[in-house]
Design a protein around this ligand. Sequence first.
Ligand code: NIG
Ligand code: FE
Length: 425
Amino acid sequence: MLLKSSTKRGSYITSRFDMNRTLYGPITQLLTMASLPDKGPIADAALEIIPDAALLVEGNRIVAVGMFAALKGAGDHIETTSPCVVMPGLIDTHTHLCFAGSRAGDYSARISGKTYQEILESGGGIMDTVQKTRACDGKMLVELLLQRLARHASEGVTTCEIKSGYGLSVEHELKILHAIGEAAELQPVSLVSTCLAAHITPPEFESPAMYLEHILAELLPIVSRESLAQRVDIFIEPSAFPAAIAASFLKRAMSMGFMATVHADQFTTGGSAVAIDVGAISADHLEASGDDDIKALAASSVTATVLPGASLGLGMHFAPARKILDYGCALVIASDWNPGSAPMGDLLMQASVLSAQQKLSNAETLSAVTFRAARALGLSDRGTLEAGKRADFIAFPVDDYREILYHQGKLKPSRVWIAGKEFSS
Ligand code: NIG
Ligand code: FE
């Protein structure tokens, strides 16, 4: 559907009086992402697309969505936006954005033939970033976070989860979680923090089991008391934390009030079964998941999150996203932005490439980075454009929503609003 509008983008008509309610429009196509199923496949025909639309915003909330002609008189101030496609802001549910240093050396070793696990087992990989992040002061970590979040926002990400996990000691994990908390106050992207102290066992500890005991006894009580994170993650893999000890760690963390999420089935299976057993909110990665793992996930309430950025960074196959949907899971796509396996961090580009390779419809792919992603973070106030939701929305300078994935990430949003305010870098 190609709809034309006569108004010019960027011109403003401003009322001199009450400016509380802003009407954005006319919008060539507004994709609400509302009224779609929580799980399983979605055909593009199910998408609610409002042509010649408008969005009425008051403060940080959406007051109404509808046809421009119908809402025209409702705003105190009209901001013209056309021609464009507007959709909910992107939600990145899995990142490791708080780190120092580069792993270009690891990357070079990998493209010369070494595997990620060989590098990890020889003491490089994650430990390399841990050393650089431990040596970095909190102020600099905040500065690095602000730079990365500004880039993410300009690419349409309005909510971002960030894990700790490059500190691996009480002192440095707390430094990282404090840096995330500070960044949340200093820039507009809405942040969700997760404690991933259980990323790998640092050399100071004799065994993974002893390190997990240390986290439970010494770190998580402080994280909980200071409200530094409501979520706990663990990297389940024989080379990191085996499934057998991960389940009891997560159960004990959950009994302290934390929600659980899991790095599951990246290289070997076992992690997604733990996620289901403990009632985690999501199981993330799933490159190695088999049919039985996916069926079990579909029968559970665990969100299946795939991370194409890690497959691209490691030169590995993608997670079986098509099968994950066909078996009836709630599919989410996240960037996994981190210095080791996923240095690119471009969520829209990664979702577009995955959709081409796995044959995911526009509706399935865009759901996986909006309302289904919101559910995976336990957030019910965003992910769709409907009255009462947060005013997180992005505009693309095109007149057909299908252009968004078609350009495979090269088409960036022309404008981004977070909680009702326009983001400018
Ligand atoms: O999700 N798999 C474990 N953790 C990250 C990688 C972290 C790193 O290599 O620094 C991931 O891919
Ligand atoms: Fe990760």
